[in-house]
Design a protein around this ligand. Structure first.
Ligand code: SF4
Ligand code: SF4
Length: 306
C-alpha cells in the first residue's frame, strides 16, 4: 500500500519512528550534505550526501574483540543508490561479519527516490531510483510525499491517507528511466580485457588516494591489525599499495593491476559469483576523484578495437 503524506505528516512519521529509534538524517552543513542526528523532518536534505552513508553499517575503524552493540538507528534521506549498495554488500558480508549484520538488522533506512538525475549519475543502468527492496521508500512530488514500506515497517504508516494513485512509483520509474536513458552495460563482464590499455592510462594519473573506495556505497574491504588498544578492523582500499602486501611480497605491486582489480571486481567477479554488478551508478567515485578518473569509461570503452 502506498500512502500520500504531507510535510506535516512526514514530521509525525519521524516522531513516531523516533519513539523506537535514534533518528539521523542527511543535513546540509557548511556546503556539504552529511548525516547526523536530527530531531525534525525540516532538517532533512533531499540532496545526495557527499559520502555514502555506509559508515552506519561498517565503521571506519573499530575494535573487533568487543561484542557488537545493538543500537537502533533510523536514517532519513539516504538515496536509493546507497540503499541498493547495501543490498549488494549483503550478498557478500551479511551473516558473515557480525558487526555489519547486527547493524543491518537494527538500522531502518528511509530512502528518497530522486526526481532528477544527479550530475554524472548513471543509476538507470542498474534499474533507476525506484527500488523493489527497501525499508521505507519516499517519493517527493510537489506538496506530496508518497511513501511505501516493507511489511516489517508498515505499522508506522497506519493512520495516514492511502494514495489515490497506487502506481505512482511504477509510473515515476518508467518516466525517469525513459527521460534519462542509460549507459548500456552490454555484457561488460565479458567485454573487459585483462590487457587493456585503459588500466595503464588510468595509472598514469591516479594518485592512489583510495577516495573512490572510501566514498563508494558498495566497497566493503577492510584491513585487520593489532595495536595497543586491541584488534582493529578499518576501511581499506584495493587501490592502495599495501592492500595486497604479504610477508612473501606484493601480488599487485603495479598501480595499473590494482586499478584493473577494482573494475574487474565490480563488473566481472561479483557478477559471475553473485549475479550482480557491484556498482549502483551513484557516481561518487567520480565526484570524489581528484584526477577525474571516470568509471563510466570502463563501461563505454571499446575493448574490441584494441
Ligand atoms: S559509481 Fe562508483 S562509487 Fe558509485 S557504486 Fe559505482 S563504483 Fe561505487
Ligand atoms: S579516487 Fe581517483 S586518484 Fe584516488 S585512488 Fe581512486 S582513481 Fe585513483
Amino acid at each position: 500500500m502506498i500512502y500520500e503524506l504531507t510535510e506535516k505528516d512526514m514530521e509525525r512519521l519521524l516522531q513516531k519512528i523516533g519513539e523506537e529509534y535514534d533518528v539521523f538524517g542527511s543535513k546540509e552543513e557548511l556546503g556539504e550534505v552529511v548525516f547526523s542526528k536530527i530531531s525534525s523532518f525540516s532538517e532533512v536534505s533531499e540532496k545526495k550526501s557527499s559520502y555514502s552513508p555506509k559508515d552506519f553499517l561498517i565503521k571506519r575503524s573499530e575494535n573487533i574483540l568487543e561484542i557488537p552493540r545493538v543500537e537502533k538507528k533510523a536514517v532519513f534521506g539516504v538515496k536509493s543508490c546507497d540503499l541498493r549498495g547495501f543490498y549488494l554488500m549483503d550478498l557478500q558480508i551479511l551473516n558473515k561479519d557480525p558487526f555489519y549484520t547486527v547493524r543491518r538488522q537494527n538500522t531502518l533506512f528511509i530512502n528518497f527516490v530522486c526526481t532528477e538525475k544527479c550530475p554524472g549519475g548513471f543509476c538507470t543502468s542498474f534499474g533507476g531510483p525506484v527500488l523493489d527492496d527497501y525499508d521505507i521508500q519516499v517519493l517527493h512530488i510537489g506538496q506530496s510525499y508518497f511513501v511505501e514500506a516493507d511489511p516489517r515497517y508498515e505499522g508506522y504508516l497506519a493512520g495516514f491517507r492511502p494514495a489515490l494513485d497506487q502506481d505512482v512509483f511504477v509510473k515515476h520509474s518508467e518516466e525517469f528511466n525513459r527521460k534519462y536513458g542509460k549507459i548500456e552495460l552490454n555484457g561488460i563482464e565479458k567485454r573487459m580485457k585483462w590487457s587493456s590499455k585503459l588500466w595503464t592510462e588510468f595509472a598514469n594519473y591516479c594518485i592512489s588516494c583510495g577516495a573512490c573506495n572510501y566514498s563508494c556505497p558498495t566497497c566493503y574491504c577492510i584491513d585487520v591489525y593489532d595495536d595497543e588498544t586491541g584488534r582493529k578492523k578499518e576501511w581499506d582500499s584495493c587501490i592502495l599499495e599495501g592492500f595486497t602486501r604479504t610477508a612473501a611480497g606484493n601480488v599487485r605491486p603495479d598501480l595499473s593491476d590494482r586499478l584493473r582489480q577494482r573494475f574487474y571486481h565490480k563488473f566481472k567477479y561479483y557478477k559471475l559469483s553473485k549475479g550482480e554488478y557491484l556498482c549502483t551508478g551513484c557516481n561518487r567515485c567520480v565526484d570524489d576523484c581528484p584526477v577525474d578518473i571516470d568509471i563510466k569509461e570502463v563501461i563505454t570503452h571499446d575493448y574490441d578495437k584494441e
